[in-house]
Unconditional design. Structure first.
Length: 86
């Protein structure tokens, strides 16, 4: 799914944060925290968008499923720094 989003963008099609968030959620469901993190970073780095509350929520879920509590703490710090309110 992620590669399809990159292809859509290369073709000039609009890629939404919601679509990217779905990929993050899927990565979390298959316990692939590394890919979820890479996809999260691509929101701004590749797609030029800003992560939203759902982006952070998907990352928190992925990190929690992986039982990576250090990642959970890091994500919560990012949420705070970004001024995201839950």
């Amino acid at each position: 799914p992620y590669l399809a989003l990159e292809r859509f963008q290369a073709e000039g099609k609009v890629v939404s944060v919601g679509a990217i968030n779905s990929v993050i959620q899927m990565c979390g469901l298959i316990d692939d925290l590394d890919r979820a993190s890479q996809t999260f970073e691509a929101i701004s780095g590749v797609f030029g968008l800003d992560p939203d509350a759902s982006s952070y929520s998907a990352m928190l879920e992925a990190a929690s499923r992986a039982r990576d509590w250090a990642a959970v703490d890091q994500i919560l710090e990012q949420v705070s720094s970004a001024g995201i309110r839950y």
